[in-house]
Design a protein around this ligand. Sequence first.
Ligand SMILES: Nc1ncnc2c1ncn2[C@@H]1O[C@H](COP(=O)(O)OP(=O)(O)OP(=O)(O)O)[C@@H](O)[C@H]1O
Ligand SMILES: [Mg+2]
Length: 327
Amino acid sequence: MTPIPAIETRGLTRTFESRKGFLFREVTRTEALRGVDLAVAPESIFGLLGPNGAGKTTFVKILSTLLLPTGGKASVLGHDVVDDSAWLRPRIGLVLGGERGLYNRINARDNLRYFADLYGIPTREREARIESVLERVGLTWAADRRVEEYSRGMKQKLHIARGILHRPQVLFLDEPTIGLDPKSARETRKLVRSLVSDGVTIFLTTHYMFEAEELCPEIAVMSKGRIVARDTVAGLRHLVGGDRTLEAEAYGFEDREVATLRALPGVSKIVSEEYGPKTRLTLRLRSLETTPDDVQAALPGHTELSVRERRTSLEDVYLDLVEEEAR
Ligand SMILES: Nc1ncnc2c1ncn2[C@@H]1O[C@H](COP(=O)(O)OP(=O)(O)OP(=O)(O)O)[C@@H](O)[C@H]1O
Ligand SMILES: [Mg+2]
């Protein structure tokens, strides 16, 4: 029997309407989500990647019952996020991060006491639970300090402590490492990984490809309110046309030159970008046939041309996908 997905959405949409202008007569509609279908297996880490404005936060807010959808269906742990929100709330956690949502004037322990009461954690259990989450996120040493004295990384850890205090089965993390230095980001990722081994399902959004690659066996890429791909990292590489990438740089290319390169064996795709005064062509390759030398040879007379090869990174995959969508 296949387990019930921890998260499932069907045709999920969300449109925002904002009014401005004289007497608020001008209405601007933003379709933040345009029909999202996604199923996420329990007890794993699932990553949602996407550029600014893709709809990631909107999606996470709907799944964590903070925002209502305008269409479609979403369920978490088999329960509808709209109809069963009261059942769901104690079972899910949300970490939006940033500066908001913590009380700066009081210390970390008192912050957690406040949230423990809000979550209805029995008083007799409260103190032990708080100590255990502080320990878990590595903040025991600073628990008596006021949050206003905390660094960004410490605040993020406290956010996560708050998010796991009520022992949720599903935890949503919206860009858990944004703005953190490499060391704090690494500690946060380690913490996230350790939560999964406790059986928590983690759904995280990120801008960082390597973070998704490091943490998430499966990834979905969102662009303009739609899921444009969903696969393992290896699968995504294959999807965008191969493991190999060649970059050719010069002061401009003519259309017929690009056409010549497109006709080389194994070339699945060419993307052109301006790089200061230069133009960079990125060639995606499905086979080993075409080498940097072949590219040089195909463009004789292009004296200041440089060509190099590198492995297709998850970032390439992501940019390809997002770009395709934009066309
Ligand atoms: N409350 C709101 N009112 C109006 N428009 C909104 C609102 N919240 C989000 N939007 C719009 O919906 C779209 C998706 O926003 P969302 O915050 O979900 O994107 P995101 O993928 O989280 O982006 P980022 O990576 O910058 O955090 C954007 O165009 C945004 O301007
Ligand atoms: Mg966001």
